[in-house]
Ligand binder design. Sequence first.
Ligand code: IVH
Length: 680
Amino acid sequence: MEEFDLFADERQQDLAEADRLRKELRHHEYCYYVLDAPEITDAEYDRLMVALREIEAHYPEEVPKDSPTQRVGGRASGQFTEVKHLEAMLSLGNAFSDAELRAFDERVKQGLPADTKIEYVMEPKIDGLACSLIYENGKLVRAATRGDGVIGENVTANVRTIRSIPLVLKVPEGETVPELLDVRGEVYMPRQAFMRLNEQRAERGESEFANPRNAAAGSLRQLDPNVTAQRNLAFFAYYLVGEGAQAKHSDSLALLKKYGFAVSENYQVVPDIEGAIAFINQFNELRQGLAYDTDGAVLKVNAIYQQRILGATGKDPRWAIAFKYPPEQATTTLEDIDWRVGRTGVLTPTAVLTPVKLSGSVISRATLHNEDFIKAKDIRIGDKVVINKAGEIIPEVLRVELNARTGEEKIVEIPTKCPECGWIVERQGAEAAIRCTNPHCPALGREGLIHFASRDAMNIEGCGPSVINALMDAGLVRDAADLFTLQKEDLLQLDRMGEKSCDNLLAAINASKENELDKLLFALGIRHVGAKVARTLALTYGDINKLFAARPEELAKVRDIGGIIAESVVTWLGTPTNIDLIDRLKAAGLKMTFTAPETSTTNPFFGKTLVFTGTLPTLGRAEAKTMAQDVGAKVSGSVSKKTNYVIAGEEAGSKLDKARELGVEIIDETTFLEMLGKNQ
Ligand code: IVH
């Protein structure tokens, strides 16, 4: 009995300590993510987290859902469910000029009794996506996107990973919170997180997000909350709905702040529309320097009773409007046009400009798209041109200042030869693009090299398009074999390559030498040799020398390889430049053989049929497929009753729906890897 009491005592103490740690961690999350003023180092924070995890591991049944350890939990959801908003999520009408703002103010006055004093709250218009957060008794229970305003998508698991969103509201001792709170605000991606994400995506050969808003939307609508958690999203609260809302909107904002939300520090109460216009002018200066993108300012009638009288028309409230800043423009001189050959042989014109400041950065180049664009705008060298930032990121030439022409301007000469190799260029059919016709143009080699290093091929980490371009532009690399002769001194010359990145890149290049022959065959970019054919060839021949010795008739008899593929392989292997390339790769120490992995009948995927859908967070499609095949699984392209597992990633579509319909087991990448016995 005494012993039991002792345990009970220890349990009590542990649980109390866990509670204390949770409070402390919440406080530090608030300081770091909301106030942007950390009180402890990251390492200290991590130590507290480890301490809490240790205790919680002993009492799993006592871990509350809102513990800081539980921000990411569970698996990919497979699909977002629909939820009905407690109150419609309205959108905003737009104003683009002072006159339109004054007209809005007139409409507000018309809608209220004569001589009513109307105060406005001015707020930044954050460029992200609207979200509704439901708190029951101070705990976050549901988060939803706006959807059509009435029905949104349930994104709770993803929203829980956003650290500036409290899982439990901060409530001062002795105070209570309303039973139900609907907090509206904007999920956004800070500029820095956006740039970093795009850099990473470019390195991995993935498409980049056009702007922080798209990046935020794409990140919030991830099926796997683990992916959202890595995207560094943030949240600003800007509206409190229904119960809990104060008499004035500005008081609601103050209350939201008290509850632990991030509220933009740039909001201001103004006495009338002139004050609103003054705010808009001041804020235009300020917003360039903010850590997040804004595309305007929002005016809201401050008194909630006035908001109620005014109501809404369709989707827009009559008591609020968004002022949109015109995209910033600048005038400068077009000094020259630089024609660059892209990876597909297309020549793209770029304007070389006298450097000019625009939206807080110095611009010296702008896109001109193609020949038709230059002609339609009658752009000439020496012209004064007006540029703007399209989508706030890439500058574009908007128009020519025709009045500023001196007669000295030169008509743009459209190239007839490729600037990279000197071959004839041509414009085919209705295409606006001019292309280099040389199949061996070094620009195409660039594309080949990008493929060589890509994830499903040699998988050289940190060797994405921008690094390959830099290496080629610096003349350090012409083909794949050159990659393996790179020295640290070579790499250090490149922009943005520090000691550490150079070491990492060299290590990744070195590690890729150990790839099996199938990867290399795929990486070489032989026409018609995709990942699957490369694997069949590697499996069948086991050694590149044997493949060299194979005759076309013999090759064509191999399963899944027909005459066209056989022909293509034999031609490629018989071309002197390719023979030389293979010799140099051999000399560099690349593996030229294939060892078939052992198939274990005990693996859960053995003999099972798998379907992959959507983009997996870390594995390339071909890589994942190979891994499955290596353990004796069959990989199919469509879901049927025979499918045993569907492995779903980002943006999985109809296959996932089908799997649900048929009741097929759906797993995410993490589970897939776990089941394969590959603990990451
Ligand atoms: S208020 C009725 N305030 O802009 C209240 N919206 O163009 C409606 N937005 O859907 C929203 N910053 O996603 C409000 N400070 C702010 C905002 C803001 C950004 C977004 C929001 C809304 C869209 C309308």
